[in-house]
Design a protein around this ligand. Structure first.
Ligand code: ZN
Length: 142
């Protein structure tokens, strides 16, 4: 890993988005979440998180989140590329001190990129800077 990639970027999220108004899409997303859980059940580096049947936080659609680490990135992300149902759009982003950068410049998408609520991400970053003002430089690099 190059020096420009901060050590903090060893953890990632994937967010799978679906049309929460279409019952068959919600079912498909639940089934895909279960497939991820089963497929990676033996890995200590993947944590399948809560299912949101409606938009939540900055996320514009129903979604579910998976937390994973660098150790499993090369297994999980290519698996997503091939296993993703066509109707699911998936955001993959690192977890650093800047929610805005993580969800924009540093993000990758499988499927069609969606617009997240940037103002909520900016508010998160402002809260984080307020809580840890000494980390302002680290905020920009990591
Ligand atoms: Zn996330």
């Amino acid at each position: 890993m190059s020096d420009s990639a901060p050590r903090a970027a060893w953890r990632f999220h994937s967010h799978a988005y679906f049309d929460h108004a279409a019952p068959e899409r919600v079912e498909e997303a639940r089934a895909f979440r279960e497939l991820i859980r089963r497929t990676f059940a033996a890995s200590p580096h993947i944590d399948v998180r809560a299912f949101h049947a409606a938009p939540a936080g900055p996320h514009p659609r129903g979604s579910f989140e998976v937390l994973f680490t660098r150790e499993t990135f090369a297994d999980y992300v290519p698996w997503l590329m091939f296993a993703r149902p066509a109707a699911l759009d998936i955001l993959v982003h690192p977890l650093t001190r800047s929610q805005v950068l993580d969800h924009t410049a540093r993000a990758l998408w499988l499927g069609t990129p969606l617009s997240l609520d940037r103002s909520m991400l900016e508010a998160e970053d402002a809260r984080s800077l307020e809580a840890h003002p000494a980390s302002k430089n680290a905020y920009l690099s990591s």
